[in-house]
Design a protein around this ligand. Structure first.
Ligand SMILES: Nc1ncnc2c1ncn2[C@@H]1O[C@H](COP(=O)(O)OP(=O)(O)OP(=O)(O)O)[C@@H](O)[C@H]1O
Ligand SMILES: [Mg+2]
Length: 315
């Protein structure tokens, strides 16, 4: 996957990545879930001198404290029950390259202290080991925006924060960079179409308009999921507006669609949703606007499954 940088906001991110890639500085990548922190970390590594060395990633939130430390620093034979043989950790594996610490905010204060020492002294010992190992690793830490808050609340050490945050890469929300939506959607469409054995798939202009107007609380990952489903729902050649989830379509745009004319029921369902949105869910007002009885409105809402919560994100 290519890092899409069509918008001014992402061009700026890309410039920061270029500048930091040329150095050995540690980097903190912050951003909401799904904004592309992982892919940004990968780009830093690939654009750096270290690109031919290893790129190692560890999810700090996925492991309890002692497991995380043995994964990071490795252990010697007999370090704990069950350690029949020694094992190198991720720091050793990443030597000369890049180590990505995902969800850095979730590490315990004891692990924070150990991490700080490796960063400051560039040496550490395996668990249960006496021999000091020196390493040369660039650390890229990933965090949701609340890391600064964690520092203020004193659950994250400020000295470690400053060591990790030599340079910040801030990933903007997808809604703040509408110019990326089209190119991202095309890239995902090509990706999922080729996985399904299709070559070349296009997105109709009505579908693109609907995609561009949505606000993506789940950011790029949500767009990716929408396109994956749309490719499966499509004929393999064109993604039409009717292949998009219902909450992305408007009745007016559905009717304008040149490729496939929707049924009356489809238009009715989408239009009832629009009116309910407009009245903020007021059934009496909605029924008035629609020119039907409240009872009739309730029947239609049941038939079209309107009013059920729609899934926003799936991860
Ligand atoms: N600018 C981009 N260009 C191309 N693909 C992108 C871009 N940004 C994100 N993606 C894709 O969107 C998906 C989500 O991105 P990523 O996993 O990097 O998000 P994240 O910020 O790490 O989210 P989380 O905090 O939930 O781990 C991935 O499949 C990634 O490849
Ligand atoms: Mg991630």
């Amino acid at each position: 996957m290519q890092l899409v940088t069509n918008s001014a906001a992402m061009k700026n991110v890309s410039d920061v990545i270029d500048r930091v890639a040329a150095t050995d500085a540690n980097v903190l990548v912050i951003g909401e879930s799904g904004t592309g922190k992982d892919i940004a970390a990968q780009s830093i590594h690939e654009r750096s001198q270290r690109r031919d060395r290893s790129f190692v990633k560890i999810d700090c939130a996925a492991l309890p404290e002692d497991l995380l430390e043995s994964e990071l620093f490795g252990y010697e034979k007999g370090a704990f029950t069950g350690a029949f043989e020694g094992k190198p950790g991720r720091f050793e594996a990443a030597n000369g390259g890049t180590l990505v610490l995902d969800e850095i905010a979730s590490i315990s204060s004891s692990s924070q202290a150990k991490l700080l020492r490796v960063i400051e002294e560039r040496i550490f010992e395996r668990l249960g080991g006496k021999q000091s190992i020196s390493i040369d690793v660039r650390i890229i830490a990933l965090a949701n925006i609340d890391l600064k808050e964690a520092v203020r609340a004193r659950v994250f050490r400020d000295d470690l924060y400053y060591r990790l945050n030599v340079v910040t890469v801030a990933m903007p929300r997808l809604a703040e960079r509408a110019e990326d939506i089209g190119p991202l959607a095309s890239q995902f469409a090509r990706h999922f179409a080729s996985r399904g054995g299709h070559n070349g798939i296009r997105i109709s202009s009505e579908a693109l308009k609907s995609l561009a107007e949505y606000d993506y609380p789940g950011n790029v990952r949500e767009l990716r999921n929408i396109i994956e489903q749309a490719v499966m729902a499509s004929d393999g050649e064109t993604i039409e507006i009717t292949n998009l989830p219902e909450y992305l379509r408007s009745a007016a745009r559905l009717m304008q669609s040149k490729q496939r004319k929707p049924s009356l029921a489809e238009i009715e369902a989408v239009y009832i949703r629009e009116v309910l949105d407009f009245t903020r869910g007021n059934k009496t007002r909605s029924a008035e606007i629609l020119g039907i009885s409240r009872k009739n409105l309730y029947e239609k809402m049941r038939r079209y499954e309107i009013g059920k919560l729609r899934p926003l994100r799936d991860e």
